[in-house]
Design a protein around this ligand. Structure first.
Ligand SMILES: NC(=O)c1ccc[n+]([C@@H]2O[C@H](COP(=O)([O-])OP(=O)(O)OC[C@H]3O[C@@H](n4cnc5c(N)ncnc54)[C@H](OP(=O)(O)O)[C@@H]3O)[C@@H](O)[C@H]2O)c1
Length: 341
């Protein structure tokens, strides 16, 4: 029975609810894997009962070996934006291999939809930060090691990206919230962060059922007419959807057409001649626009009967008002770094 779980990516937007859900009743001890155990976010997690830290880098084999030796379960959410598709593909597989070698009882891979494969290998939908995770998921589910249960938790865009990130509105001087995105009639399978934590907990609590499973989760498929309707209803503010072509969206993004997909350029994060940021997110928006990613909501209702089921429920729960709230650690770190220059 798994009792001590290493969470890689623990201090991030996704890791936080995973650690909280695992630590809430002392059923598990949790070791957070972080590059900085003294950061504010590490300290918040270390204040939870049964949580300790291991300082290391997820692209360092010795660090990973040492951390894995001290636990019997792993939740691994590598940061594809920081380390790039190349590193994520390698380190995802390598971390799994080390976990099996060391007799880890349950290895859980935090994944995303393998868009390239799910689209029938259509380059229009190629998205490195999704494909790397999906590729690793496919590989590890094939291995069926004797002594390690293997599960994949495939999530999707956080609903919280409506505060900080790709889905956030542009507030106008008259208070109108403008959602200008290249989505057409497409829908995004958004997931509430807290529920990712609870699905991860369910996976560790139910190793017999979850072994070999790719649990694909979402709160609801959200289309943009529905989104603005919900915003109007819940916030009382005016909200409009402007369907823009990808070319306009990227031209307005403030990011240059030649910027590579992975923002951290250290450790060989970039693939020579590989996807730019625009190309990566063109694949991502195209997948939602063309609406081919599915979820089994009946299965999710069974696994988490009290899950948040709708965008409106999420908005009421989190008191959504369309204003910016920081969600991603990477972006907060970048903002702090540029403010201190
Ligand atoms: N944004 C979304 O909607 C969404 C949805 C699902 C999945 N994802 C995926 O989630 C991943 C990012 O996680 P997040 O959303 O939680 O982002 P985040 O809030 O920015 O957190 C990034 C996390 O990655 C850790 N990290 C980064 N580089 C590391 C390294 N070299 N070694 C060890 N830890 C490292 C950070 O830990 P320390 O700084 O403490 O070391 C932190 O815990 C990406 O792969 C992304 O594709 C994103």
């Amino acid at each position: 029975m798994v009792t001590k779980i290493l969470v890689i990516g623990a201090t991030g937007a996704q890791g936080f609810p995973v650690v909280r859900a695992l630590a809430e009743d002392r059923r598990y001890e949790v070791t957070i894997f972080t590059r900085n155990a003294s950061s504010a976010r590490s300290k918040t997690l270390l204040a939870l009962p049964g949580v300790t830290a291991f300082e290391g880098d997820a692209t360092n084999e010795k660090d990973l070996y040492e951390a894995l030796r001290q636990v019997d379960g792993v939740y691994c959410n590598l940061d594809g934006f920081a380390i790039g598709e190349l590193n994520e593909t390698f380190w995802g597989i390598r971390t799994f291999e080390m976990a099996v070698e060391l007799g880890i009882e349950h290895f859980v891979w935090g994944s995303l939809d393998y868009l390239l494969k799910k689209s029938g290998y259509d380059a229009k939908y190629r998205c490195g930060h999704y494909d790397a995770k999906g590729r690793v998921a496919d590989f590890i589910l094939q291995q069926k090691p004797k002594s390690t249960a293997v599960s994949v938790l495939t999530s999707g865009p956080y609903m919280e990206m409506l505060y900080d990130g790709m889905f956030a509105p542009r507030p106008q001087p008259d208070g109108t919230l403008v959602f200008a995105h290249p989505i057409g009639n497409g829908k995004v399978p958004m997931i509430h962060l807290d529920d990712i934590g609870r699905y991860a907990r369910w996976i560790f609590d139910h190793p017999e059922e979850s072994n070999g499973m790719d649990l694909e989760v979402a709160t609801e498929h959200v289309g943009w007419e529905y989104l603005v309707e919900c915003v109007r209803r819940v916030t009382g503010k005016n909200a409009v959807f402007v369907d823009i072509p990808q070319s306009v969206y990227f031209a307005n993004s403030g990011i240059s057409a030649t910027t590579p997909a992975a923002w951290a350029q250290s450790k060989g994060a970039s693939i020579s001649g590989g996807q730019t940021f625009w190309e990566n997110f063109a694949g991502w928006w195209s997948a939602w626009h063309d609406n081919f990613v599915t979820r089994d909501y009946a299965q999710l209702d069974r696994i988490l009967p009290d899950r948040v089921r709708t965008l409106e429920e999420w908005m009421r729960k989190t008191k959504y008002d369309g204003a910016f709230r920081p969600i991603l650690k990477d972006r907060s770190d970048q903002r702090e770094a540029s403010a201190s220059v």
